[in-house]
Design a protein around this ligand. Structure first.
Ligand code: NBP
Length: 481
């Protein structure tokens, strides 16, 4: 019998995805450039289900039923292109090539176009949840043609995480849509992690509590609105004691955050689309700042703080303020991420259902969280919602948290605690709700030095003031309607 799906690329991710398919009763063809990995999968986990191993790509392809479904899980970039080139001559019209690696979405658009010319379907899919998710149920975000989803979707839904029996996998949209949504997911993950780190830092510096005590606080937060995978693992990390020194592990880890680049892609794309995703951007820059060793060396002990001692009378009240500030900032970061998805969806014609994206992020992935249900409900109430935080549920929730949020940002500024994500989220909130913004002055300045023109509040058209002449105003375009 032929295999239903094939997986090529059997490092940690591919190996676990193949095992996941096998455990769900699918016959899985397996292949890896270096055969040893294929053999070790059979040796170690052959009893997970039915594997059909092949040494050569030709045998691998020949072992698949038609239309063939070939899932590539190799190192993103040149590795993916190399495998695609190898596959093309072996495949036939209507076959489906799936790239489940972390591809950048413009590459996915390019590959989809290229394979379409050859009569092949190309599905770029986001897969989140790391090693563990790949084995036990990831969140899956497939793009590509709807037609390919008919044949592939049921298999992917089978192996995905389930929340209330609903698969954390759905069709996202054409060509690069799936990888795009995965990219924004990762950006949101950066923001969420930075916000949690700021909350921890505020409590640590504000109250002097130990890492272990703060672990208990995060454990209790995980019972409420903030319940999520990231809060849960934060408690685990903070509670962990280093075996060598007996100190909290977090106190012996070097404080320089690294990144693989998806946060950077998210911010670069947001700049291209002109969407303010301040939470994600600040989180990405905060990692860069932490790794900016020469600058930190030059500043340490030299730049003054001019802060007074921080004496918090009521530690519990402060911790509760931080919890509320964290929740409000987090909602803003997600709201911004969903704005980016909406903007890209319009730009690329993807027609992405944002509520469905929140739904498939509820399980399997790193940002899985209880409050994603509230986001899905908000987009179900109003599918074309312009601003997530303007949905009544979130407006109310942020309104309740607002006094605490302002207190926390003030305290952080007064005591010299860097809270770029908390502070910028609050600035975004105040900016987006403002009746008038000082952008009017910026337009005036632009007109002054560059004759860039401005529009007026009281009549249509564009205008220019003759700044260097008599300062009279000229109408440049538009006019009485
Ligand atoms: P790696 O990213 O470490 O890639 C190793 C695999 O790529 C091996 O199977 C290797 O074959 C193969 N490969 C390479 Br490298 N170059 C190749 C080429 N030119 N032709 C054919 N095969 C090639 O594996 P991974 O950590 O399992 O990640 C796989 C993908 O999943 C990546 O895109 C990664 O970004 C993504 N990822 C996602 C998550 C997540 O949470 N979603 C986590 C980790 C990774 P070999 O054995 O012959 O060297």
């Amino acid at each position: 019998r032929l295999a239903e799906i094939g997986v090529t690329g059997l490092a940690v991710m591919g190996r676990n995805l193949a095992r996941n398919f096998a455990r769900h009763g699918h016959r899985v063809a397996i292949h890896n450039r270096t055969y040893a990995k294929t053999q070790s999968l059979i040796d170690d986990h052959g009893d997970d289900g039915t594997f059909v191993p092949s040494e050569s790509m030709a045998d691998f392809v020949a072992s698949l039923e038609r239309p063939r479904r070939v899932l590539i899980m190799v190192k993103a970039g040149a590795g993916t292109d190399a495998v695609i080139e190898e596959l093309i001559p072996l495949l036939e019209e209507g076959d489906i090539v799936i790239d489940a690696g972390n591809a950048h979405f413009p590459d996915t658009i390019r590959r989809e176009n290229y394979l379409k010319e050859k009569g092949l379907h190309f599905v770029g899919t986001g897969v989140s949840g790391g090693e563990e998710g790949a084995l036990n149920g990831p969140s899956i975000m497939p793009g590509g043609s709807r037609e390919s989803y008919e044949s592939l979707g049921p298999l992917l839904e089978n192996i995905s995480a389930k929340v209330d029996d609903t698969p954390c996998c759905t069709y996202v949209g054409p060509d690069g849509a799936g990888h795009f949504v995965k990219m924004v997911h990762n950006g949101i993950e950066y923001a969420d992690m930075q916000l949690i780190a700021e909350a921890y830092d505020l409590i640590r510096q504000g109250t002097g509590k130990s890492a272990a005590e703060i672990a208990d606080i995060f454990r209790s937060w995980n019972e409420g609105d903030l319940e999520s995978f990231l809060i849960e693992i934060t408690a685990e990390v903070l509670a962990h004691v280093d075996a060598e020194t007996g100190q909290a592990l977090v106190d012996v880890i070097l404080d320089q955050a690294e990144q693989k680049g998806t946060g950077r892609w998210t911010v670069q794309n947001a700049l291209d689309l002109g969407v303010p995703i301040t939470g994600i951007a600040e989180a990405t820059f905060a990692r860069a700042l932490s790794g900016g060793v020469p600058q930190r060396e030059a500043a340490r002990g030299v730049l003054p703080a001019h802060t007074a001692d921080w004496a918090i009378d009521d530690g519990d009240a402060f911790v509760e303020d931080v919890r509320q500030a964290l929740y409000a900032s987090k909602v803003v970061a997600y709201s911004q991420g969903f704005d980016q998805i909406a903007a890209a969806s319009a730009e690329f014609g993807w027609d992405i259902d944002r509520g469905a994206m929140a739904r498939i992020w509820r399980g399997g992935c790193i940002i899985r969280a209880r409050f994603l249900n509230r986001i899905t409900e908000a987009y179900e109430r109003t599918p074309d919602l312009a601003l997530l935080i303007a949905d009544p549920y979130f407006t109310e929730a942020i309104s309740a948290a607002l006094p605490a949020w302002r207190r926390v940002v003030v305290a952080a500024a007064e005591h010299g605690i860097p809270t770029p994500a908390f502070s910028s989220s609050l600035a975004y909130y105040d900016g987006v709700r403002a009746d008038r913004l000082p952008a009017a002055l910026i337009q005036g300045q632009r007109d002054f030095f560059g004759a860039h023109t401005y529009r007026r509040v009281d009549k249509p058209g564009t205008f220019h003031t003759e700044w260097s002449l008599d300062r009279s105003e000229t109408q440049i375009s538009g006019g009485e309607a």
